[in-house]
Design a protein around this ligand. Structure first.
Ligand code: KIV
Length: 283
C-alpha cells in the first residue's frame, strides 16, 4: 500500500518541489484528486457555496464538515486530508476547539485548517498542536471574516496591513502550524511572507512565489461557472460538458432511443412463454 502523505512530510517540502493542494468534498472528488497525484486534499468550508448552495462559508457546521470529511476519507487517498474548521468551531475556548477538531480527525482528516493569525487564534493553534492535531494556518483574505473585511477583497495592499500579515504568518509558524495558506494577497507580499517563515506557504490568489498552490475543485474543473475569480485557471469545462450530456440523454428518452435492446434485461424459456400467454390473454 502506498504511504499516505503526512504533516511532517509536507512541512519538509519547504523550498522544495511545489506542493499541490485541491479541494474535494466527496469520494468521487477525492478519487479524482488522488488519481491526479495531488499532495493534499482540502475538505474546505467552500463546500458551503460550491456544493450546498449557500452564499458564504458561515453557514456550515462541524456536523456538515464531518459528513464531507468522512466521504473523502472513505476514498482512502494517498494525499493528506486536511479539513477546514468551520466558523465558530474554534473561537469559544481551546477545549471546544480541540473537541471539534477531534470530530474531524475521527471522521478521516489528518489535520485541520483555521483562519486568522490573531493572538486569540494562536492560543487555539497551540491547544490543537498540544493535542496532537496538525494545524494549517490561513491568512489574508479569510472568507469566514467576510463581514469584517467588507467583502471578498485582496488584503495587504497597504504597508501597515502587509506588515501585520507578515507578522501573523511568523506567529502562526512559531505556534506550530505545519503550513500556511495565503489567500488573496499581492504576489510581492506572498514572496516576502514565504521567505520569512520556515513552513511551506500554499497560495490561492497570492501569486507564483508560494511553496505550493491550491484551487477549488469546482473552479479548476469548470463545474462552478457562475463566478470566476481572476486567480482561477480553468482546466476543463465540466459544467458545459455535463449539461450537453444530460441534454443528449433527454433527447434520446424523448425520441424513444433509450434504452436500447442491449441496455434492457430479458427473460428466457418458460418465463418468456408464460409472459407471452399472459399478454395474449390481456390482448
Ligand atoms: O474552503 C476552501 O476551499 C479554502 C481554500 C480556498 C483555501 O479554504
Amino acid at each position: 500500500m502506498t504511504q499516505q502523505l503526512t504533516a511532517p512530510g509536507i512541512r519538509a517540502r519547504k523550498g522544495g518541489s511545489p506542493i499541490v493542494m485541491v479541494t474535494a468534498y466527496d469520494s468521487p472528488g477525492a478519487r479524482i484528486a488522488d488519481d491526479a497525484g495531488v499532495d493534499i486534499i482540502l475538505v474546505g468550508d467552500s463546500v458551503a457555496m460550491v456544493v450546498l448552495g449557500y452564499d458564504d462559508t458561515l453557514q456550515v457546521t462541524i456536523a456538515d464538515m464531518a459528513h464531507h470529511v468522512g466521504a473523502v476519507g472513505r476514498a482512502g487517498p494517498r494525499a493528506m486530508v486536511v479539513a477546514d474548521l468551520p466558523w465558530l468551531s474554534y473561537h469559544a475556548s481551546p477545549a471546544e476547539t480541540v473537541q471539534n477538531a477531534g470530530i474531524l480527525v475521527r471522521a478521516g482528516a489528518q489535520a485541520v485548517k483555521l483562519e486568522g493569525g490573531s493572538p486569540a487564534r494562536l492560543v487555539m493553534v497551540g491547544a490543537l498542536v498540544d493535542a496532537g492535531i496538525p494545524v494549517m494556518g490561513h491568512i489574508g483574505l479569510t472568507p469566514q471574516s467576510v463581514h469584517v473585511q467588507g467583502g471578498y477583497r485582496v488584503q495587504g495592499r497597504e504597508l501597515d496591513q502587509a506588515e501585520a500579515l507578515a507578522a501573523e504568518a511568523e506567529a502562526l509558524a512559531s505556534a506550530g502550524c505545519f503550513s500556511i495558506v495565503l489567500e488573496g494577497i499581492p504576489a510581492e507580499l506572498a514572496r516576502l511572507v514565504t521567505g520569512g517563515v520556515d513552513v511551506p506557504t500554499i497560495g490561492i490568489g497570492a501569486g507564483p512565489h508560494c511553496d505550493g498552490q491550491v484551487l477549488v475543485f469546482h473552479d479548476l474543473l469548470g463545474l462552478e461557472d457562475r463566478v470566476v475569480p481572476k486567480f482561477v485557471r480553468r482546466y476543463a469545462s465540466m459544467k458545459a460538458d455535463a449539461v450537453a450530456a444530460v441534454s443528449l440523454f433527454a433527447q434520446d428518452v424523448r425520441a424513444g432511443r433509450f434504452p436500447s435492446e442491449a441496455e434492457s434485461y430479458h427473460v428466457t424459456g418458460d418465463t418468456a412463454r408464460g409472459l407471452d400467454r399472459g399478454s395474449s390473454r390481456t390482448a
